[in-house]
Design a binder for this molecule. Structure first.
Ligand SMILES: [Zn+2]
Ligand SMILES: [Zn+2]
Length: 356
């Protein structure tokens, strides 16, 4: 339970009773991502206390008849759960854009709804989690190790941000700015989509992640602290620039401005890394005009990308276990978040999860 900024504690809550339209999930694993660190620090617009955890993988422990029919799952089935819980009725939902649904007020989703909203067990930093009538679940094969199966979330982001939104396909050069778990997921997704060349940038301290990017399908990596990234991207692309630039660095606004220099004429830039609502210095908008660049903001992940991610996970084609660095118990949630945020000296996480 998060009770305030940088305050997590263990608490016992009663298990909710399940009605006709909802269900109860026994959590197998909950992935941890950059936004957990922001939520922990208190910078996300959520109300405390709440149960955090928005990347749930688990087994249906109880389910109402109507929910079982609507979702096509039953007790004992393993499912991946989407973070967002849409309302189903607002304009965004009716337009098929439920990632921007605000119909239930603010950020409504697993890991974000306060305890005050019954039945309270909305997050996946827990043994059990409540599934609302509008929660979205996807079946996941039971024989995939939980630490890999739970990567449906970052990998789904890779498919939506690096492939679906910029319509990446064969012949495209994809430049991924930032080699964190979303950056690596973007490499895997772009490779799966048939991208022609994939380039990944990172800092000197990202050497291990950049090496992993190579193993997962990147053709070239650039250490921006020791190389001139603009010059390198030009060289590698025959002077044209990248058809698709995916910006997934954490907190630093500079790569957003750099993306306009890296992108090819007619290219697409996907902005998915948040910068604490700070402006971007040296953003030369004329470059977007002169090159007819399409700028795409990406928030969250939706059905098609999650399903592409789950199929790839189940296929076993990609050595995803190499991304997984840590399993933490529930009572280690704070250390887990601090490790991901790079606050634990001598320990670095790429993908980690809580295992209750
Ligand atoms: Zn996440
Ligand atoms: Zn809605």
């Amino acid at each position: 339970m998060q009770t305030g900024p940088r305050r997590l504690e263990l608490r016992e809550l009663p298990l909710p009773t399940v009605g006709d339209e909802d269900a109860l999930l026994r959590i197998e694993a909950c992935g941890i991502c950059g936004s957990d660190a922001e939520q922990y620090a208190g910078v996300l617009p959520v109300r405390f206390p709440l149960v955090p955890g928005h990347e749930p993988l688990g087994v249906i422990a109880a389910i109402g008849d109507r929910a079982a029919r609507r979702w096509g799952v039953d007790v004992g089935d393993r499912v991946a759960v989407e973070a967002l819980i849409p309302c189903g009725h607002c304009r965004a939902c009716l337009d098929g854009r439920y990632s921007i649904c605000r119909g239930r007020g603010g950020m409504f989703g697993h890991g974000y709804v306060p305890l005050a909203q019954p039945p309270g067990l909305w997050g996946a930093y827990a043994d059990y989690m409540y599934l609302d009538a509008f929660s979205i679940v996807h079946r996941m094969r039971a024989d995939v190790p939980a630490a890999v199966a739970v990567m449906f979330n970052p990998l789904g982001a890779g498919f939506r941000w690096a492939v679906e939104l910029p319509r990446t396909g064969p012949g495209d050069t994809v430049l991924v700015l930032g080699p964190g778990q979303r950056g690596l997921a973007s490499v895997i997704a772009a490779r799966a989509a048939g991208a022609d060349m994939i380039i990944v940038t990172g800092l000197a301290r990202d050497a291990r992640k950049l090496a992993l990017a190579r193993e997962l399908g990147a053709d070239h990596v650039i250490d921006v602290e020791h190389e001139d990234a603009r010059v390198r991207v030009k060289e590698l692309t025959g002077g044209r620039g990248a058809d698709v630039v995916v910006e997934v660095t954490a907190n630093s606004p500079e790569p957003v401005a750099e993306a306009l220099h890296h992108v090819a004429p007619g290219g697409r830039i996907v902005l998915a890394g948040v910068k604490g609502l700070r402006p971007v210095p040296d953003f030369v908008s004329d470059l977007a005009v002169l090159k007819e660049v399409t700028l795409i903001g990406a928030f969250g992940v939706t059905r098609a990308a999650y399903e592409a991610a789950i199929r790839l996970i189940e296929s076993g084609r990609v050595p995803l276990a190499k991304l997984h660095t840590h399993d933490f118990r529930l009572d280690q949630a704070e250390v887990a978040i601090q490790t991901l945020a790079g606050e634990v000296p001598g320990d670095a996480s790429i993908h980690s999860c809580l295992v209750p």
